[in-house]
Design a protein around this ligand. Structure first.
Ligand SMILES: [Zn+2]
Length: 281
């Protein structure tokens, strides 16, 4: 969870820009004209993000005209970086808010959680700028929720994606091995819906399936050898050790809990008696 992001004032970029000498008078005039409306919009953003009701946003916020939209775009392209907001955002986490894999900083991109094409009001709002990897940014299209069923969990506001088992892997009885991503039984129906929306928005089923398939290829020979030499109970014990080994503990990260797809997958193998007893027979 990115808690520190809320220490940034919502108008950090705007203030920085207005105080700066020698920048375009035209843009300054536009921003000055709408800045109170924008500040009010950020209060609405905060409220709807906290309650997971972004589908209500369009009727509640101010209307930004084309000219001001251009000025906000200019601010985003230049002053998010200059004001230090960009640096602050990327200092919060080295994990992608979409796939939750660690990324190298040079592959990190900023995503407008509510798309700037539909909601220019939040073009430079720090809370609307989320660090994600290049792959997830390419996968995510500019969708915004139209109904309560379409909301995504916001990484700065919603702890849902930070639960240890927000996903589960179920092993199908099949050779070659088949497995299915599903939801943790402990999640409420509305939470499952949000996780599902998150998976769809970032096309994560494909990403995770690819990741698990590579992982299983790496493991396969070793697991077979263990089963043949030491039996199924030993295989289960080994898988238990492996899932502990790959689990990224929240105490190590303090502010962010990555998805642990490897943990989820190996747990799925461990929890399947069929896999431990029969797959290598
Ligand atoms: Zn990603």
């Amino acid at each position: 969870m990115f808690k520190n992001i809320h220490t940034l004032k919502p108008d950090t970029v705007i203030k920085f820009y207005l105080a700066k000498k020698g920048v375009s008078k035209k843009h300054k005039k536009n921003i000055n004209r709408i800045k109170l409306d924008l500040l009010n919009d950020t209060k609405i953003y905060n409220k709807l993000a906290s309650s997971g009701k972004f589908h209500e946003v369009s009727g509640k916020i101010s209307n930004v005209d084309e000219d001001s939209k251009k000025s906000l775009k200019k601010l985003y392209e230049t002053y998010v970086k200059e004001s230090g907001v960009k640096k602050f955002i990327f200092e919060q986490s080295l994990y992608c808010a979409g796939c939750q894999k660690g990324y190298a900083t040079d592959r990190a991109t900023k995503d407008h959680f509510l798309p700037s094409s539909t909601y220019p009001n939040f073009f430079v709002l720090p809370w609307n700028l989320v660090p994600i990897c290049g792959d997830c940014n390419r996968a995510k299209s500019d969708v915004s929720p139209k109904s309560s069923k379409e909301n995504l969990p916001h990484p700065y506001y919603n702890t849902l994606l930070f639960k240890k088992n927000w996903l589960k892997v179920v092993i199908k009885k099949a050779k070659p091995l088949k497995y299915e991503l599903t939801f943790d039984d402990a999640l409420k129906p509305s939470e499952k819906q949000m996780v599902e929306n998150h998976l769809i928005a970032y096309k994560l089923r494909d990403t995770f399936n690819r990741h698990m398939s590579v992982l299983f290829d790496e493991f396969d020979d070793g697991l077979r050898e263990r089963f043949v030499n030491n039996g199924s109970a030993n295989l289960k014990l080994f898988l238990d050790g492996e899932r502990q080994r790959v689990h990224v503990s929240p105490s190590k990260l303090k502010t962010y809990w990555p998805i642990n797809i490897e943990y989820v997958f190996i747990s799925g193998l461990h929890d399947s008696d069929w896999f431990c007893d029969n797959y290598y027979r």
